[in-house]
Design a binder for this molecule. Structure first.
Ligand SMILES: Nc1nc2c(ncn2[C@@H]2O[C@H](COP(=O)(O)OP(=O)(O)OP(=O)(O)O)[C@@H](O)[C@H]2O)c(=O)[nH]1
Ligand SMILES: [K+]
Ligand SMILES: [Mg+2]
Length: 357
């Protein structure tokens, strides 16, 4: 950065920090009183929740009605859906809760329409589907992103690698060269938040905005798929162009086009793995997998399925048989079978037996 750019970035950084603080305060009281800031009261169920966000009449309810056994009213007029409607997608033995939501309009994050409720509910999901009308301009996508950004949702981004520690003294450490912001800006922002006694470790080349995000602390980093519906009404060229964008999928709810692929993509984005359980001496039940987050360990689910062993003093072990073909009659234990602790990280299609010893 040049000197002028640095000075601009510095002042802009402070201004952004101030604005971010005001916004966070504005959102807070509503949440506490249970008013406009809270989402719809729908029980979470299944292995993961996916929320449908979009402008009115893009086809959200049509999708729910096509992919689940739940019927959500659909019509050509706007705001047909007035509350959250949950449905369940059965896929590979997993149950994914799909949440149909009312359409939102520009200014939703400020409370227009049911916008606040909708975006608050979106925060409770494991994956967001931003549904767009392929026949309309791409401006709609940018507008929706602005609304979600305003309530602290960061789409398809990782939490920046910055660590804060409250201390009696202050300190700023950077392990990488900062090219998009600088230490002076960071220090002034910390001072404007009165964070004098705080050790900060920056381990990534972050921007000023990303630093403010970690400082505010309530940002939600969520995976998102952009779903362009109504491709039956556009040209093949237009469709081709949309389909090549990152995190994007094109469908037609009405004609049932590409919906299978959409569900596959949802599954991938959710990062679920299936684990089969097996009683000693018996074959595993391949019809009833347990779904876990990728990177989860065996312990993550033992409470639900193996409650008798909880709280007893014996060490608990699991026998792990990786990707065994149990379908054949003559199948034997694989040589990969191993005894592992509950902290063992499971992989897709692992077979697990749990026992006490
Ligand atoms: N051409 C076309 N029309 C569709 C498609 N999917 C839905 N529609 C139509 O779009 C209109 C709106 O569909 P809805 O499912 O009610 O849309 P919504 O997003 O739930 O709307 P709100 O609840 O009002 O926000 C209906 O007239 C549907 O028939 C599609 O794939 N192609
Ligand atoms: K509608
Ligand atoms: Mg609807």
């Amino acid at each position: 950065m040049g000197i002028v750019e640095k000075a601009t970035e510095y002042h802009l950084g402070l201004l952004k920090a101030k604005l971010a603080r005001y916004r966070a305060q504005l959102l807070e009281p509503a949440t506490k009183s249970g008013g406009a800031g809270t989402g719809f009261d729908v029980q979470k169920s299944g292995d993961a929740r996916v929320a449908l966000i979009g402008f009115p009449s893009v086809g959200k309810s049509t999708l729910l009605s096509k992919c689940t056994h739940t019927v959500s009213e659909t019509a050509a007029y706007e705001f047909t859906t007035l509350t959250a409607i949950p449905g369940v997608i059965d896929y590979q033995g997993a149950r994914i809760q799909l949440l149909d939501l009312p359409g939102i309009v520009e200014g939703a994050s400020q409370g227009r329409g049911r916008g606040r409720q909708v975006v608050s509910t979106a925060k409770t999901a494991d994956l967001i589907l931003i549904m767009l009308d392929a026949t309309k301009s791409d401006e709609q996508r940018r507008l929706l992103e602005i609304e979600l950004d305003a309530v602290g949702i960061r789409l398809n981004k990782k939490k920046p690698d910055v660590v804060f520690k409250r201390k009696t003294t202050g300190g700023l450490n950077t392990t990488v060269k900062l090219t998009k912001t600088d230490e002076r800006t960071i220090r002034s922002i910390l001072a404007s938040y009165k964070l004098h006694n705080c050790e900060v470790m920056i381990r990534e080349d972050i921007t000023t905005d990303e630093f403010i995000d970690v400082l505010i602390g309530t940002r939600k980093y969520m995976p998102c798929l952009y779903v362009y519906n109504k491709i039956d009404a556009i040209s093949l060229e237009q469709m081709d162009k949309l389909a090549h964008d990152e995190h994007t999928i094109v469908i037609s709810c009405e004609m049932g086009l590409n919906l299978d692929h959409l569900i596959e993509r949802m599954w991938d984005e959710l990062g679920l793995v299936k684990v089969y359980t097996k009683k000693r001496g018996a074959h595993p039940d391949l019809t009833d997998p347990i779904c876990l987050r990728r990177g989860a360990n065996i312990e993550a689910r033992r409470v639900q399925r193996y409650s008798p062993v909880i709280g007893n003093a014996f060490p608990i072990w699991a026998r792990l048989v990786r990707k065994l073909d149990f379908r054949g009659k003559s199948s034997k234990f694989s040589p990969h079978a191993q005894k592992v602790g509950l902290s063992h990280m499971v992989q897709d299609e692992d077979v697990v037996s749990i026992f006490t010893k």
